[in-house]
Ligand binder design. Structure first.
Ligand code: MG
Length: 453
């Protein structure tokens, strides 16, 4: 260091700087940075607490002031001015870079960073989505919004809130008594529309998690995709579509339920992405988000596999009847095949902006669908009651269309003209469960026994 005051001052400054950098960048014990930085985001309950890294930053500020002070003194004395300025400039630029880096890792430049301890749980979760999820994921924070604006929840991000709304809806509960393939099954182990929905959701969440896409959005779409299904599955849908001049499609009805019919006409007011996924969940649809695409595939994968399982339970199929072109590619059992299609989809969609399957897998799935249509979906044994179910739906439609006063008040109040009457009758009948539709038919058309003793 010697006797040269300039050199010794610069040396002390450099030692200070190295020390400050060391303190600032060393690992902070006991703090798990939730967002990858040093900043303890969301430390509610511990407001104002100083962490080692905060102390280091304070020391650093102090040293910057010292440097500035010395700079002023040397300018005044004009001793060794040129070399001093050079060194100070280099040190200051270096310090500024470190300072910027520290602020950045502490989230200071992040949209939520400056809110510090005031960050809500929802904001923390949104921030986590932003840091963890794939660049192609739909972020809750960036939703295109709801039909009606509303205050965000302080705990749940938008898609999680939508998932909960669907789960708590009446239409969701009614799915437990709606047909999947076998009409009003009495066996405990047959799928219903509710268990189908849950299996779609489980497959879709597995895929979304593996691809780092938004699991909440996928779950919301999955739980809502079949809300609009009629009693007696697709045959009820066919009957309503045939008899109602306005037509009837279950995906359109699912959207109508979440937008208008639920909560006594207020609707669930879901996010655009959830509504888009629900409306486009059929293979003919084209969802705008990757999460919607996942549900569209998961629906198909789920129904083909669990319907095959139910068909085997019902004695319509055996494992040995599964064509070789399917089992050779996808596996020998239902479990193996399900695993194969999900793995294939994940492998083929990683780091891509589209959800897809490999060619052999897509062909095997298509072969499976063709096989299921031939063996199960158009099987005369499984479909024996379908024509009666269709007839029942048509009779109920005719009855309520000509006796609208027998509709519940909620549907009756929707009627203002002929078109709205058709829609209201469709809304009422499509909302019925299998058992309710049968009970209503019996109430209206089956003579009751004389009960006076
Ligand atoms: Mg479905």
């Amino acid at each position: 260091m010697g006797s040269n005051p300039i050199r010794s001052t610069i040396t002390v400054d450099c030692i200070d700087l190295v020390g400050a950098v060391f303190f600032m960048t060393r690992p902070v014990q006991g703090i798990i940075p939730p967002c990858g930085g040093h900043r303890p985001v969301g430390n509610r309950g511990r407001p104002g607490r100083l962490y080692p890294v905060d102390t280091a930053l304070a020391i650093y500020f102090f040293r910057l002031i010292r440097i500035h002070k010395k700079f002023t003194i040397f300018c005044f004395l004009k001793k060794g001015f040129r070399i001093f300025i050079q060194n100070i400039l280099i040190a200051t630029v270096f310090c500024c870079c470190i300072f910027y880096w520290q602020l950045n890792t502490r989230g200071f430049f992040h949209p939520y960073g400056q809110q510090g301890v005031h960050m809500t749980i929802r904001e923390e979760l949104e921030l986590r989505e932003q840091e963890i999820l794939s660049p192609w994921a739909s972020l809750s924070k960036e939703t295109r919004g709801r039909l009606k604006e509303e205050e965000p929840c302080d705990i749940r991000p938008a898609f999680q809130r939508d998932r909960d709304r669907i789960l708590h809806s009446k239409s969701f509960r009614r799915l437990k008594d709606k047909t999947q393939v076998f009409l009003a099954p009495t066996g405990d182990h047959y799928r219903t529309r509710l268990t189908h929905t849950l299996e779609v959701s489980q497959n879709a969440r597995t895929i979304a998690k593996a691809l780092r896409l938004n699991e909440d959005l996928v779950e919301a779409i999955s739980l809502g995709h079949d809300l609009g299904h009629t009693p007696f599955g697709h045959c009820g849908e066919r009957a309503l579509n045939r008899i109602c001049p306005l037509g009837f499609e279950h995906n359109e009805q699912s959207l109508r339920i979440v937008d208008i019919l639920e909560r006594n006409g207020k609707g669930l007011n879901l996010c655009w992405e959830v509504r888009d996924g629900i409306f486009n969940h059929q293979m003919s649809g084209s969802p705008s988000t990757l999460e919607g695409q996942i549900v569209r595939f998961s629906d198909k994968i789920a129904y083909l596999h669990h319907d095959m399982d139910d068909a085997m339970r019902a004695g319509l199929l055996t494992e040995e009847e599964i064509p070789r072109e399917i089992s050779d590619v996808a596996g020998k059992t239902i479990g193996e095949r399900l695993d194969f299609f999900i793995h294939d989809m994940i492998r083929n969609s990683q780091d891509k902006d589209v959800i897809s399957m490999s060619e052999p897998a897509a062909k095997a799935l298509q072969d499976m669908r063709t096989f299921m249509f031939r063996q199960v979906y158009s099987n005369p044994v499984a479909k024996a009651e379908e024509s009666r179910a269709e007839q029942l739906v048509e009779v109920l439609y005719d009855y309520f269309f000509t006796h609208e006063d027998r509709l519940p008040d909620f549907y009756l109040h929707m009627i203002v003209d002929e078109t709205s009457k058709m829609r209201a009758v469709c809304d009422y009948i499509s909302a019925m469960s299998d058992h309710f539709a049968i009970a209503k038919y019996e109430e209206l058309f089956v003579p009751k026994a004389w009960s006076v003793l």
